[in-house]
Design a protein around this ligand. Structure first.
Ligand code: FNR
Length: 428
């Protein structure tokens, strides 16, 4: 693991002399296009898509474009240190891997490949509640590399407690509660294909490996499953489900457990009635730092402080939840001001290159998470692809930092940026 961008750059150019091209495209748009070519249309739609007209995804990028870096000269930038401290842990760079569910859509090794890449680069991986592999299996390939667990608050507090206890046993050093997905956003690309991976048993591995969830399978659901007519397509779905579900497919077909598991998952995976008061339950059940993901309003950041939360993640879920929402970077300064340095602010949504990391840190983020780019690296080349995406973005950040005249993270302050004025609303 090396954060020196110059070394990475030299290595790529030298390999180029030997006729070898980078494993994954460097440019984020080409990375996405290449990933699209190797994925099924359903998988690409699920990963690339956003809510509604995808205007929040566009706003995320626009928000970065409105800030420009003002490089400073003659500062001796021969040595650069991008390490940070977060919750008492020294990290080699201000970079984490955002929780991404259903990674089996990108690659069969899914979370296992991402765990290996994260460990090789010593980047914290945030395990998704909707992972394709159980957290125990991913932890087993990560050695002592840092990991956090992301929670979707289920209708069942017993299940919430069980997930958190398992995360602790797996060596997770923080719990991230995602608040912006108590309901699933209106995602046009998936709706157009009638495709939701969970209904095919994908992305529910944390549940099917959980003792509390498995015990709940024996109990009847309040609402009986709707009767469905049998068609060729529905037989295909059943086959998909039996393939994705752990255990012997024939025994599973006989017992009907996979269908019951999907029905129970759908009925219980999230709790739209969740309120601030519920957070006390989590506080009682873990000593780990708790972060709230999806904070966009300064008042919610202040409420997080009132509820003794340990960190917030400014994020709009990569534009997948509320169409027409504020660009995440536009929300960052307000949240940073509201928490006034009392707890760390992590940022995600729209990070594609080193300059984006620089801008988010300059506006007060302690660290950033990347989402889709590493899923694309996974689709293209498994663990090696994820590792290359991490190395590239970190090298880009290192060089941006040095070229802007900064040698340490503390040098990256708001006065390194200028804001471009917003265009008037009705300009031609
Ligand atoms: C996500 N994200 C997400 N967030 C979360 O808290 N739990 C999850 O299971 C998922 N799953 C997920 C799947 C896919 C396919 C994507 C693209 C995203 C949101 C993720 O953690 C992060 O907020 C965004 O991906 C950040 O935006 P960018 O970097 O993708 O623009």
């Amino acid at each position: 693991m090396n954060t020196n961008g110059r070394l990475r750059q030299t290595q790529i150019y030298l390999e180029g002399l030997a006729g070898k091209k980078p494993l994954v495209p460097i440019d984020p748009d080409r990375l996405e296009r290449h990933a699209e070519r190797v994925m099924s249309p359903e998988a690409f739609a699920y990963i690339a898509g956003g809510a509604g007209m995808e205007s929040t995804m566009a706003a995320n990028r626009r928000a970065f474009e409105r800030w420009r870096i003002v490089p400073r000269m003659l500062n001796d930038v021969s040595k650069r240190d991008q390490s940070i401290e977060l919750f008492g842990m020294r990290l080699p760079s201000p970079l984490l891997l955002a929780p991404i569910g259903v990674l089996e859509m990108a690659h069969p090794d899914a979370d296992l490949a991402v765990g290996k890449a994260a460990a090789a680069e010593h980047i914290p991986m945030i395990f998704s509640n909707q992972a394709s592999k159980p957290m125990e299996a991913v932890s087993a390939v990560m050695g002592d590399s840092p990991r956090w667990f992301q929670l979707y608050w289920s209708e069942s507090n017993d299940l919430v407690r069980s997930f958190v206890k398992r995360a602790e046993a797996c060596g997770c050093s923080a719990i991230v509660v995602t608040l912006d997905t108590t309901l699933l956003g209106w995602r046009g690309r998936d709706l157009d294909m009638g495709s939701l991976p969970f209904l095919r048993g994908k992305g529910i591995a944390q549940y099917t490996s959980d003792p509390v969830f498995r015990a709940q399978l024996a109990q009847p659901l309040d609402a009986p499953a709707a009767k469905r007519s049998v068609s060729l397509a529905s037989i295909g779905v059943l086959i998909d489900l039996l393939r994705a579900y752990p255990g012997d497919p024939l025994a599973n077909l006989r017992s009907g457990e996979p269908l019951r598991a999907v029905a129970r998952f759908v009925a219980t995976y999230s709790r739209p009635s969740l309120t601030w008061d519920d957070l006390a339950f989590l506080r009682q059940n873990t000593k780990l730092p708790i972060l709230l993901k999806g904070i966009l309003h300064p008042d919610d950041a202040r409420k997080a402080l009132d509820h003794r939360i340990d960190g917030v993640i400014v994020s709009n879920h990569g534009g997948r939840q509320v169409d027409g929402a504020i660009g995440a970077l536009d929300a960052l300064p307000g949240v940073v001001a509201a928490v006034a340095g009392k707890i760390p602010v992590v940022f995600d949504s729209g990070i594609r290159g080193g300059a984006d990391i620089f801008k988010a840190l300059a506006l007060g983020a302690r660290a950033v998470s990347i989402g889709r780019p590493y899923a694309y690296g996974l689709a293209i080349a498994g663990a090696a692809g994820v590792q290359d995406v991490i190395r590239n973005i970190r090298a880009d950040f290192d060089l941006t930092m040095g070229l802007a005249g900064c040698t340490r993270i503390v040098d990256i302050t708001a006065d390194r940026l200028v804001g471009e004025p917003h265009p008037p609303p009705h300009s031609p």
